[in-house]
Design a protein around this ligand. Structure first.
Ligand code: GDP
Length: 402
C-alpha cells in the first residue's frame, strides 16, 4: 500500500487513471493506479508500470522528479515573443521527451504578437527541429488561429504541455477546450518572465477526445541524463554522422569526428550542437576539452583557461582570435569550427570588456568577454578601427551594449 492519501486522487470512469497531482508519493497525472476502498477513503495499492514518463531533475540537481506518465506526445509550448523565443530550452524538452519514450511536437504561440523578423527567426530555428522529425504548429490563443489543426493533432492521444512560464500553456488549454479551465497570468514587462499560474499538473479531456496534461511553467529544465550516450541519443541527427567516429568519440573537436565534419558542412544545426555540448558537460561534469587549454589555431600560442574574467577562455589572449566552436555558458558562438577574427571591442557597464568576432568560414558574428589585459595593442587598434568607421554607438558607451 502506498499511502492513505488516496482520497485526493480524481480518477477516470474506469477508476484507474490519475487526473490530478496528488499527495501519494511518486504518483503523477497519467499514472494508472489500482485502488481499494470507497469513494471517501480510497487507497492506492499499486501503480502500473509506466509505458512512458516525463521527468526532470529537481532544483538540487540530483533528485529526479516524475512529471507525468503514460504519454503518447510531449508538446513544448513556445512563443514568437513575450517571452522571447528560446530554442535552447526546446532542445531540453525534446531531449526529455525522447528519453522518456514519447513523440515530440512544438507549438509556436502568440503569432499575433511578433514582428515579421521575430516570426522569421523563430521559423528558421523551428526548421532545424522539423529536420529531425519534430513537427510544429503555429497558433494564437488570442485570435484562435491555428487552434483547430492542433486540436485535431492531439485527438486520441495523451499529451503533456510543457514550456517556460508565460508562453501561454493555460491559455492554450482554454483555447483547446473551448472554455475557460485554467487561470492565466501575465508576462512581466520588465523581466519578460511569466508568472506561474498553473501550480499543479492536471489531466483534462478535451472536446473531440484528446487528453492533455498541463504542467506548471518552469524557467529552467534539467534532464536527468546518466551518461554521455544518453545525451547523444537525444540528438538523433548525429547518429548517421557518428558512425564514422572512433569509439568513445564525444564530438568535441576530436580528429576525424564525423559529427564535427557534418557541423562544418552545415549539415548539423550549430544551435543544436551547442545544446549537445551544454548537456554533455552538465551530465558528465567533465570539462570540455576545448577549455582545458588549447593551441591557438591562428597564431599558435599555448592558451590556458584562466584569467579571462569569466574563468575560462575561448579566445587567444595574444591575437584575440577564437574558434567558432564554443559551447559553454559565456561562449556565445557555436558552430562551424572556423577561425574567428576580432573585429570590434566593446565596453560593458561595470567596465567589463567584450570582443566581437566574425567567423572567417561562415561569416557568423559572436561576442565574448575578455580580460582587459589581453593584447592591449590589438584592443586599442580595434577600438580605433570602430571609432574611425562609424556608425559606432559612442553615445551609448556607458550602457550595456553587448
Ligand atoms: P502559462 O504561464 O504558460 O500558463 O501562460 P498563460 O496562459 O498564463 O499566458 C501568459 C500571458 O500571455 C497571459 O496574459 C495571456 O493572456 C497571454 N497570451 C497567451 N496566449 C497568447 C496569444 O496567443 N497572444 C497574445 N497576444 N497573448 C497571449
Amino acid at each position: 500500500m502506498l499511502s492513505q492519501q488516496g482520497s485526493r486522487i480524481e480518477v477516470a470512469l474506469d477508476g484507474t487513471t490519475v487526473f490530478a497531482q496528488c499527495r501519494v508519493p511518486g504518483v503523477v497525472p497519467g499514472d494508472l493506479v489500482q485502488l481499494k476502498g470507497d469513494a471517501w477513503n480510497r487507497l492506492v495499492v499499486s501503480i502500473s508500470p509506466r509505458t512512458t514518463e516525463l521527468r526532470r531533475l529537481g532544483a538540487d540537481g540530483r533528485k529526479v522528479k516524475p512529471i507525468a506518465a503514460n504519454l503518447d506526445l510531449g508538446v513544448v509550448v513556445t512563443t514568437v515573443t513575450d517571452p522571447a523565443f528560446k530554442p535552447r530550452l526546446i532542445d531540453r524538452y525534446l531531449a526529455a521527451f525522447w528519453r522518456g519514450g514519447m513523440k515530440p511536437l512544438i507549438v509556436l504561440n502568440k503569432v499575433d504578437l511578433g514582428t515579421a523578423d521575430e516570426l522569421a527567426h523563430a521559423r528558421s530555428e523551428l526548421e532545424a527541429f522539423a529536420a529531425v522529425g519534430v513537427p510544429w504548429f503555429e497558433v494564437s490563443c488570442s485570435t484562435g488561429d491555428g487552434i483547430e489543426p492542433l486540436r485535431e493533432a492531439l485527438v486520441g492521444q495523451l499529451s503533456v504541455l510543457v514550456g517556460h512560464s508565460g508562453v501561454g500553456k493555460s491559455s492554450l488549454m482554454n483555447a483547446l477546450s473551448g472554455h475557460r479551465l485554467a487561470a492565466t497570468g501575465h508576462v512581466n514587462e520588465d523581466t519578460g518572465k511569466g508568472r506561474h499560474t498553473t501550480t499543479t499538473s492536471h489531466l483534462r479531456v478535451l472536446p473531440g477526445g484528446a487528453r492533455v496534461i498541463d504542467t506548471p511553467g518552469v524557467r529552467t529544465f534539467a534532464v536527468d541524463f546518466e551518461s554521455a550516450e544518453e545525451v547523444e541519443a537525444a540528438f538523433p541527427e548525429f547518429a548517421r554522422h557518428a558512425r564514422r567516429c572512433e569509439p568513445g568519440c564525444r564530438h568535441q573537436g576530436e580528429e576525424g569526428c564525423g559529427v564535427g565534419e557534418a557541423l562544418a558542412r552545415g549539415e548539423i544545426h550549430p544551435g543544436r550542437y551547442k545544446a549537445y555540448r551544454g548537456l554533455l558537460a552538465e551530465t558528465t561534469g567533465e570539462p570540455d576539452p576545448t577549455f582545458g587549454g588549447f593551441v591557438c589555431g591562428h597564431c599558435g600560442a599555448d592558451v590556458v583557461p584562466d584569467g579571462a574574467g569569466s574563468g575560462h577562455r575561448n579566445h587567444c589572449p595574444r591575437c584575440l582570435h577564437s574558434r567558432h566552436l564554443d559551447t559553454r555558458p559565456g561562449d556565445r558562438a557555436s558552430g562551424c569550427g572556423g577561425d574567428m577574427e576580432p573585429v570590434a571591442v566593446w565596453v560593458r557597464r561595470g567596465g567589463e570588456w567584450a570582443i566581437i568576432h566574425r567567423c572567417g568560414r561562415c561569416g557568423a558574428f559572436s561576442s565574448n568577454r575578455i580580460a582587459a589585459d589581453d593584447n592591449q595593442f590589438v584592443l586599442l587598434s580595434l577600438g580605433a578601427r570602430a571609432l574611425a568607421n562609424p556608425p559606432f554607438p559612442v553615445d551609448r558607451l556607458d550602457q550595456e551594449v553587448v
